[in-house]
Structure formats: structure tokens, C-alpha cells
Design a protein around this ligand. Structure first.
Ligand code: GLP
Length: 235
């Protein structure tokens, strides 16, 4: 594991975008695993800037997102599909047909979970997976529990996650209580993993990467992955 400590959100975003950009340059038809939340917004901004300057070409890139809320359609501004379009896909030369987010609006969520898992497999796996981290150590929407979920699945969100994400919704009651997410096993299959964390995550990052590997701290499993970079912003 490579732990890179930087001083500002700006530096974290620039470094993360450099790594993702390098992946796109080295393999123009790569599969990027993408994340939502406040942490990657700056990274996506930098990628957009590089694309606008003609330094990056997303025309061959395929993307798969980690997770989505259940019950929100892609045109709902709180959905992760909307977030991705708004923060990245609408501003780079990616073919939207090559961007994938689990369908949280599917009637049969179990079938959707199985389809999404098989779909990622059919792309040949993820070359570089970008991750944020929740205050309770969740990655994607894999909440603390007694086991590491292997595949894409639906999950009931914990109170702490609902509270943390409520800031983005008009009313707390609007926050979905369920989500569909890549499993820990799905995430661990990625060739390379890049986790970015802001200063408010210092404590949980220390716990996850220097404490015991336990499903009570889902991100701790990343200690067992062979190519993980963590960029931790210290201010
Ligand atoms: C959500 C997402 C996670 C993300 C986490 C942290 O719960 N499902 O993928 O890592 O929030 O978000 P933030 O970066 O806004 O703190």
C-alpha cells in the first residue's frame, strides 16, 4: 500500500486526476471504476480541465460506478447517475453508452445486482478503481457488518450513512434507506485501487489501513490488495 499524505484538497484532487489520467493515456480503452461523494468532485474537475486542453481522450474509456441509491431514477438530481453526468460525463468526450451505474430503479433489484456483477466481468474487470471512504469505513455502500460481501448486492444503509448523506437532500426523509453496491469482492478484483480521503477522514483512514482487517471496518480489507494507493489530505 502506498500512503500519500498531501496538504490540501486541491493537491489531493490534482494527484488523483494525474493517476487516472495516466491510466487513460496508458490504456485508452481502460475500464475505470468510479465513485461519488464530495471527495472526488475536485478530481473530476481536473480531469475535465485536462480533457478540455486536449491532454486526455475519453472516447475509448469505459466506466462502471460503485453504487446507486435504490428508488431514484437517473434524472433525479440526488441519484449517482445524475452526479456522474453533472460532474464528469457531460464535460468530457466519453460515449455515454460506455458509462455504467447500477440501476437502483430496477423492479427486480436482485436480478439487477447479478446483471451488474456479470457485466463488470464481461468488460474484463476494472483497471483502476477510485474510492472514497465513509466515516464508518464503508467503501461503495459496503457498511460495517460481520462479513465481506462478495458480489454486487443491495444493502440497508446505516443511520450514520443516512445522516451523513442527508446534507445533499432537501429533507432527511428523502434520503433512500437502501442502495445497490459493488461488493467487497467486486472491488478487490480491480487491478489497481486509488482511495482518496479528506482531512475529516484521517481517523478512519488510520484505523482502516493500520488496524486489524475486519468487516467491521470494510475498507480495512484493502490492506490485502496488491496495488492500493491512498491519498490522504491532512488539512
Ligand atoms: C457515499 C458513497 C461512498 C463515498 C462516501 C463518502 O456513502 N456511497 O462511495 O465514498 O459517501 O462520501 P464523501 O466523499 O462525500 O465523504
Amino acid at each position: 500500500m502506498r500512503m500519500m499524505r498531501v496538504k490540501t484538497y486541491e493537491e489531493m484532487s490534482a494527484l488523483a486526476a494525474s493517476m487516472i489520467g495516466a491510466q487513460v493515456i496508458l490504456k485508452p480503452d481502460c475500464v475505470l471504476g468510479l465513485a461519488t461523494g464530495s471527495s472526488p468532485i475536485g478530481t473530476y474537475k481536473k480531469l475535465v480541465e485536462s480533457c478540455e486542453k486536449g491532454l486526455l481522450d475519453f472516447s475509448g474509456v469505459r466506466t462502471v460506478n460503485l453504487d446507486e441509491y435504490c428508488g431514484l431514477s437517473g434524472d433525479n438530481p440526488n441519484s449517482y447517475r445524475y452526479f456522474m453526468n453533472d460532474n464528469l460525463f457531460d464535460h468530457v468526450n466519453i460515449d455515454k453508452a460506455n458509462t455504467h451505474v447500477p440501476n437502483g430503479f430496477a423492479e427486480d433489484l436482485e436480478a439487477e445486482a447479478a446483471r451488474y456483477e456479470a457485466f463488470i466481468e464481461s468488460l474484463g474487470g476494472v483497471d483502476l478503481q477510485l474510492l472514497g471512504i465513509g466515516h464508518n469505513g464503508h467503501i461503495g455502500f459496503n457498511e460495517p457488518t460481520d462479513h465481506f460481501p462478495a458480489t454486487v448486492h443491495t444493502v440497508a444503509l446505516t443511520e450514520s450513512t443516512i445522516n451523513a448523506n442527508a446534507r445533499l437532500f432537501e429533507r432527511r426523509e428523502d434520503v433512500p434507506t437502501q442502495a445497490i453496491t459493488m461488493g467487497i469482492g467486486t472491488i478487490m478484483k480491480a487491478d489497481k485501487i486509488l482511495l482518496i480521503a479528506g482531512a475529516d477522514k484521517k481517523e478512519i483512514v488510520e484505523k482502516a489501513f493500520y488496524g486489524p482487517v475486519t468487516p467491521e471496518v470494510p475498507a480495512s480489507v484493502l490492506q490485502l490488495h496488491r496495488n492500493v494507493t491512498v491519498i490522504l489530505c491532512e488539512n
